[in-house]
Design a protein around this ligand. Sequence first.
Ligand code: ADP
Ligand code: MG
Ligand code: MG
Length: 205
Amino acid sequence: GVMLDADFFRRWMTGMAAAVDREADRLTELDSAIGDADHGANLRRGFAAVVKALEEEPSGTPGSLLVLAGRQLISTVGGASGPLYGTLLRRAGKALGDAAEVAPVQLAEALRVGVAAVAQLGGAKAGDKTMLDALEPAVEALAESLGESFAAAADAADQGALATVPMRARKGRAGYLGERSVGHQDPGAASAALLVATLAAARGA
Ligand code: ADP
Ligand code: MG
Ligand code: MG
């Protein structure tokens, strides 16, 4: 099968930076309804730093590039989403080891490890109206197809993000709103859908 090389991971991160740039206003609007209106700005700053760091690192394996990207998010994003996305990428990167190319099934497994680390760090689970509501179904869909169907993962993430609208938030800032969080899409679930969509685009879906 097709192997995923360092360039694939660069395309993913560059694509995510562009998507976040394009969608920053929408992400901030979602966060203004149930948070503090900074999610777009947070991720824009974070993924711009990721792209810059990757440009300054011309060598690097899939694993080391994801670890580097995760570290940038942790150190440049002040909000909750920085450490959470940073942990996802860092832990997935670690799981990939130092191979120059990885099989899709290895990436599927690494992302599952990363998402589990996000759940552990944030103490959230599916249904709590967070990024996990998009990430968990996406990594499940990817694992089910043995890493082959990035498009199915992107669909699952989109549906997962939309499914947060009627949920009541239990974690993060939106958790303080309780019942008043119902009726709004979770901003982190929306950005997680972008992360999976750009993964699929990097693969050529
Ligand atoms: P902040 O809330 O600190 O301003 P952001 O606005 O950048 O940070 O990110 C908010 C998003 O982070 C939420 O929409 C949610 O998806 C995610 N999030 C917040 N807390 C948690 C948590 N404990 N577990 C998982 N995701 C969380
Ligand atoms: Mg916020
Ligand atoms: Mg904030």
